[in-house]
Design a protein around this ligand. Structure first.
Ligand code: AHR
Length: 353
């Protein structure tokens, strides 16, 4: 009876050693096993998780950027990179080039790379939700950054940790206040046009809603005669404005959902023989150096800030999460308004991006 046992023992020992060696090699190569996932994300079962993922430490951070196509995005990217370095995290970066399909693929690829946590700046509100839920299922917690997802499809505090970003609706309302002022006040009967951002993105939806709501409440006789997307892009803003100024030569104001489109629009207005700042008042959102210089030159009335330097708030939030603190559903990045008249544009210029 002892013989089979000895044989069993003999054959078990070499297999055990092979397994042990294999797992040491795997660990050295950065491979992860279900038990390492459980160590970082206690109580989470990869593949089937439906709850908020808890996090006890993090080293590898995935970062899914929706595009790198203008001063705002480059400033945001630099802020995320420098804060990741400052806090000692390894950052795995992707750039979706303004494509929802690409960003979904990027997020799925990042999930396969098994970061400890994922930061996602979604191109639009709905398209990236499934991939974010896939990350949660795989026990990788997500912090949504800058642009929000549709919160009726994914809930902060359950499906993802939190949203860190500006109050886009308030930005739209502040832009309306500035344009009302530029057009002579609440009794103005001016007609204006609105250049909207990427259709389906949270800044386009919320800035548009905040602007329209404030206008209706404070200056109901100002009429928006056209609303057209220019995809947050300077060249497209110029093309769209060139057409709109032919169709509506008597407009007195332009609201652009970002500075890039406003800069393009100002070029088009000048080519059409209009004097921006005199014939037509322009207001936009972001705070780029180019737009602040237009404010100082009197060609743009005001710029509402949308601060792209989200890195400090994002990594502070991540550290709070790791420390087990309760996170709010939304960590708000505060913003200001910059005008020539009150000196705020001049004072902000050295910080503009
Ligand atoms: O999501 C923020 C917006 O995206 C910025 O206003 C814009 O410039 C960028 O494309």
């Amino acid at each position: 009876m002892r013989f089979p046992l000895a044989r069993a023992k003999q054959s078990f020992l070499p297999h055990f050693s092979v397994l042990a060696i294999l797992s040491i090699i795997l660990a050295a190569c950065g491979g992860s096993s279900p038990s390492s996932t459980t160590d970082l994300h206690p109580g989470c079962t990869p593949g089937s998780n439906t709850q908020l993922v808890k996090l006890t430490s993090a080293h590898k951070v995935g970062w899914s950027q929706n595009a790198l196509d203008g001063a705002w995005r480059y400033a945001e990217e630099a802020s995320i990179e420098s804060e990741a370095t400052k806090h000692g995290f390894q950052l795995l970066k992707t750039n979706a080039n303004n494509s929802d399909n690409q960003q979904v693929q990027d997020i799925e690829n990042l999930i396969n790379d098994r970061p400890d946590v994922l930061l996602v700046d979604p191109h639009t509100e709905d398209a990236e939700v499934k991939a974010i839920l896939d990350a949660r299922k795989a026990c990788i917690p997500v912090i949504v950054v800058d642009r929000d997802v549709n919160e009726s499809m994914a809930t902060p505090g359950r499906d993802f940790a939190t949203f860190v970003g500006s109050d886009f609706q308030k930005q739209g309302a502040l832009a309306a206040d500035a344009l009302i002022e530029a057009l002579g006040g609440p009794d103005s009967t001016a007609t204006i046009v609105e250049l909207t951002g990427t259709t389906g993105s949270s800044p386009a939806i919320l800035r548009g809603g905040g602007f329209d709501g404030e206008l209706a409440a404070k200056a109901p006789k100002i009429k928006v005669v056209a609303e057209q997307t220019a995809n947050f892009d300077r060249a497209t803003g110029q093309q769209v404005m060139a057409t709109l100024i032919q169709q509506y030569p008597n407009i007195k104001g332009v609201f652009a959902h970002n500075d890039e489109m406003a800069i393009g629009a100002i070029t088009a207005l000048k080519s059409a023989g209009k004097l921006p700042g005199k014939d037509i008042q322009v207001v936009s959102i972001d705070g780029t150096k180019d737009a602040i210089n237009l404010v100082l030159a009197g060609e743009e009335y005001a710029v509402v800030q949308s601060n792209p330097r989200l890195g400090p708030l994002v990594f502070q939030t991540l550290n709070d999460y790791i420390a087990g603190k309760d996170l709010p559903a939304w960590v708000v990045q505060p913003d200001k308004v910059f005008k020539k008249a009150d000196g705020s544009a001049q004072a902000y210029l050295p910080d503009a991006f």
